[in-house]
Design a protein. Structure first.
Length: 478
């Protein structure tokens, strides 16, 4: 047996009032000498009752949820009670004042029916608005993309939960602020200018979509940003919708696949040609020394493949790691051990660590892979008898930590610098350059950026890394 719905409650109220109206006015017709007055009164309060019955039937056809129907039903019953109460109070005042009561039942019926119909209408539109708001909030917040509604001046009307979680922000600190002034975009004047241009184009009626870097709670992420206008019935732009989809993981996988493709197409193809040639030469060689020489060349190639495969696996592990959930530590808690280990690994070099200030922010521990690789590369590339490598850690602001690795070597070739800074894998002409790629992927996976600076007596790699406070670290483990 189905439960009583709100529409049935409205029809029941209408039927009750109609029954009372007909019963009352039939008795009037029986005792009065004229039938015109009672008939007019029956038409008035009976029409209100019939209106309620039809309203209940109409409400059932709206396909509303049972909860929404009951909301309208409660409004309707309350309206009937309010109308009857007001009429009753009026009659009570007349009795107190000693005035004769004229048609009290008729007045009660009309007030109850009228009040019920008025609040039925108000309740229906209130419930419909609540449903629309719920649908809007559901669509707005139950999404994996950043979504915001802006005024024409670029200030934020509403922003979804995904955007707030991405930036580690509170709604009250974002709503009514300028969209381009939110911390997602302020790390770079170029990025901020891009957002401003997108808003301007959308305000002029255009649709914009492009890729940029946004600063979230876990560092820099690649975001596909779009902006479009909201127009009224006259085609006038009244608001703007901005959206952002995090494509960081997809982009890193795409870059990694390009590297693999290049290695397979260029490096391994060339090596296979060499292996084929040297094995043929070994097969036709006369002396044992010649055969061993050619065999050693083949072994060196196979060894280089094994090393390259290991490095590719490390890069893949970095890509597949859960960004935002790695282990974070204070720089002073793990960097001294790394530098000490590297000094033992390279006794011929002078490797030092400088911590410029006490640190309260934590950085991902897997960044050590990039630091170790950078030190190894610096020592290997140095032409000095005693290579010098200095690792310096400094706070740039409350949310970023800069690690600088400076050496006295001949410098990084422009092609390899481009790999570090922009990910241009076309420079990877040989498998040994995978170490450079590993540095880039470790830093990017941590949400950071890399820059290469030429010094008067060497090169400096700068890793700009997002830091995380103790509270953020605890929340990340939940």
């Amino acid at each position: 047996m189905s439960r009583l719905r709100g529409s049935a409650a409205v029809m029941t109220l209408g039927g009750l009032l109609l029954t009372l109206s007909v019963s009352h006015h039939v008795r009037e017709i029986a005792v009065l000498s004229t039938q015109l007055g009672p008939m007019i009164a029956l038409f008035l309060d009976g029409s209100l009752s019939l209106g309620l019955i039809y309203a209940g039937y109409w409400l059932r056809q709206r396909n509303l949820t049972a909860t929404t129907e009951w909301s309208v039903g409660i409004w309707t019953i309350f309206g009937g009670l309010v109308g009857a109460t007001i009429a009753g109070i009026t009659l009570t005042v007349e009795v107190i004042e000693g005035r004769p009561l004229v048609e009290p039942q008729f007045r009660l019926l009309v007030s109850a029916g009228g009040g019920a119909l008025v609040l039925f209408t108000a309740g229906y539109y209130a419930a419909r608005q609540q449903t629309l708001n719920h649908r809007y909030e559901t669509l707005f917040n139950n999404t994996i993309q950043i979504t915001g509604l802006l005024r024409l001046d670029g200030s934020i009307i509403e922003i979804n939960d995904t955007a707030l979680e991405f930036g580690g922000l509170e709604r009250d600190n974002v709503v009514n602020e300028q969209f381009d002034e939110i911390s997602w975009w302020t790390h770079s004047e170029e990025v901020k200018k891009g957002i401003q241009d997108a808003i301007a184009q959308a305000r002029d009626g255009g649709f914009v979509r492009y890729e940029t870097e946004a600063r979230g709670a876990d560092g820099l992420r690649t975001i596909e940003v779009s902006a479009k206008p909201v127009t009224n019935e006259n085609g006038e732009v009244i608001q703007l919708i901005v959206a952002g989809y995090d494509i960081t993981d997809k982009q890193r996988q795409r870059e990694h696949l390009r590297v693999l493709h290049r290695l397979m197409r260029h490096n391994m193809r060339n090596d296979l040609m060499k292996v084929n040639g040297w094995t043929q030469m070994a097969a036709t060689a006369v002396s044992r020394e010649e055969r061993m020489s050619h065999a050693n060349r083949v072994k060196n190639i196979l060894d280089s493949w094994e090393k390259m495969t290991g490095e590719l696996k490390e890069v893949q592990k970095l890509i597949e790691s859960e960004s935002g959930k790695p282990d974070h530590k204070l720089p002073g808690d793990f960097l001294p051990d790394i530098v000490e280990s590297q000094q033992s690994k390279h006794p011929e070099a002078d490797i030092s660590l400088t911590l410029d200030a006490p640190f309260t922010g934590r950085i991902p521990v897997y960044v050590q892979k990039a630091i170790i690789e950078a030190i190894d590369n610096a020592v290997a590339a140095s032409t000095e008898e005693t290579p010098t490598v200095g690792v310096t850690v400094a706070n740039t602001d409350n949310n970023w930590i800069k690690i600088t690795i400076a050496d006295d070597g001949p410098g990084i070739p422009p092609a390899e610098a481009a790999v570090l800074e922009t990910g241009q894998e076309s420079a990877l002409m040989h498998g040994s350059a995978l170490g450079i790629w590993k540095i880039r992927m470790a830093v990017k996976q941590a949400g950071g950026n890399i820059s290469v600076d030429d010094l008067s007596n060497g090169t400096a790699l700068q890793f700009q890394l997002p830091s995380r406070g103790q509270q953020q670290q605890s929340l990340a483990r939940v």
